[in-house]
Design a protein around this ligand. Structure first.
Ligand SMILES: O=C(CO)COP(=O)(O)O
Length: 140
């Protein structure tokens, strides 16, 4: 079981919902996390159980970032809106930066998301189970 975060900006939420409907069977065995509104939309439209953090503008990206910082998140699908400024842009940048710090795969559009989910389905991320099992010290 992997920890997967699903995040979508408002104009990308329908795309995220359709994506999770299409790949519900792949996501089902995993522990899902989401920012508030994205999580609600997914749960309204699928049978998936999603742990919801705060809404993005209220700190949800940062809460997911905290898990990334501790190497607890295995991958992220973050459907960003490239055509609209977000009030919490610094939080978004911070989350993406932490993914690069830890080397966590993060898909920011649905085409890449699809590739990641195919990898998930194929078991390519199974090694992450070992990261959870033998979590090394987090110091530097
Ligand atoms: O703003 C977001 C991510 O930056 C998403 O937040 P919501 O899922 O609460 O809309």
């Amino acid at each position: 079981m992997l920890n997967i975060a699903l995040i979508a900006h408002d104009r990308k939420k329908d795309e995220m919902v359709n994506f999770t409907i299409a790949y519900e069977h792949v996501f089902k065995p995993h522990q899902l996390y989401a920012t508030g509104t994205t999580g609600t939309r997914i749960m309204e439209n699928t049978s998936l159980n999603v742990h919801r953090f705060m809404s993005g503008p209220l700190g949800g990206d940062q809460q997911i970032g905290a898990m990334v910082a501790q190497n607890e998140m295995d991958f992220i699908i973050f459907l960003r809106d490239p055509l609209m400024a977000q009030p919490h842009e610094p939080d978004i940048i911070a989350l993406l930066r932490l993914c690069d710090v830890q080397g966590i795969p993060v898909a920011t559009n649905v085409a890449t998301a699809e590739l990641l989910v195919k990898c998930l389905e194929r078991g390519d991320f199974a090694w992450r189970e070992l990261v959870h099992k033998y979590k090394p010290g987090l110091e530097e």
